[in-house]
Design a protein. Structure first.
Length: 222
């Protein structure tokens, strides 16, 4: 997994839009669904909040929602914190630096985990994170999940690299991404994702976003 520390944090916002085709759209579509689903007063858990993009997209759609911004990289969270301050959002966000803890008893209406789970191996680590998220959620609360999935055609990954070049990725960046796609991600296929979600207390995942390998699904806590 990338470290998301130092330079990997400070250049994240420039890098990510060239590495994930449809990055902005993924966040816009996730936010639109939450706006449709949730009441005006809601508390949203964002696991792997990074530099705050998920929360900024959501906060723009509703002025009352509160957020928990959790991440294991203090460098990413420091940028998020600055972004929240710049946008006047700080009083609506609780920052949690470190692994997701046991539930505090605070009511949570929905959770997001965008572009995080694909970095964890399927050796129990993905399951542990999903179990920890599930423990925070009441029955029927939605979880929005987005990850690089296993390729569905033999030309998908190559096309994805080409799409990244069209988004401005350099040749060196492409070589790095080609390597990372093989060595830094642990992509699941649809069946395994559905199985893991069932094992961790979520219902059937419904796909709402697909940009070559990057896939967004929504499911609900059983
Ligand atoms: C690609 S970034 C995605 C950030 C944000 N969700 C977005 O869409 O821009 C992945 C983030 O997940 C965080 N991360 C990785 N493993 C994690 C874990 N087990 N729990 C919480 N955050 C984690 C990393 O530190 C990093 O900030």
């Amino acid at each position: 997994m990338p470290s998301f520390k130092a330079d990997e944090a400070s250049n994240y916002e420039q890098r990510i839009t060239r590495l994930v085709p449809g990055y902005e759209l993924l966040h816009d579509l996730t936010a639109a669904q939450l706006k449709t689903l949730l009441p005006d007063e809601a508390n949203i858990l964002v696991v792997g909040a990074g530099t705050g993009k998920d929360i900024i997209a959501l906060a723009q759609l509703n002025p009352h929602w509160h957020f928990i911004a959790q991440d294991i990289s203090d460098d990413m969270l420091a940028i998020a914190d600055q972004n929240f301050t710049n946008l006047g959002l700080s009083n609506r966000v609780t920052i949690v630096n470190g692994p997701l803890a046991e539930p505090s008893g605070e009511h949570i209406d929905a959770a997001l985990c965008l572009l995080v789970l694909h970095f964890l191996p399927d050796n129990g680590d993905k399951q542990d994170l999903l179990n920890t998220i599930r423990a925070q959620l009441p029955h029927r609360a939605p979880l929005f999940l987005a990850d690089l999935m296993a390729p569905e055609t033999e030309f998908e990954r190559e096309s994805q690299l080409l799409a990244c070049r069209q988004l401005g990725l350099t040749e060196i960046g492409e070589q790095r991404m080609r390597h990372n796609l093989l060595h830094e991600f642990y992509p699941l296929d649809r069946m395994r994702l559905a199985e893991l979600l069932a094992q961790t207390g979520f219902d059937t995942p419904h796909h709402y976003f697909k940009a070559l390998g990057f896939t967004g699904v929504v499911c609900r806590a059983d």
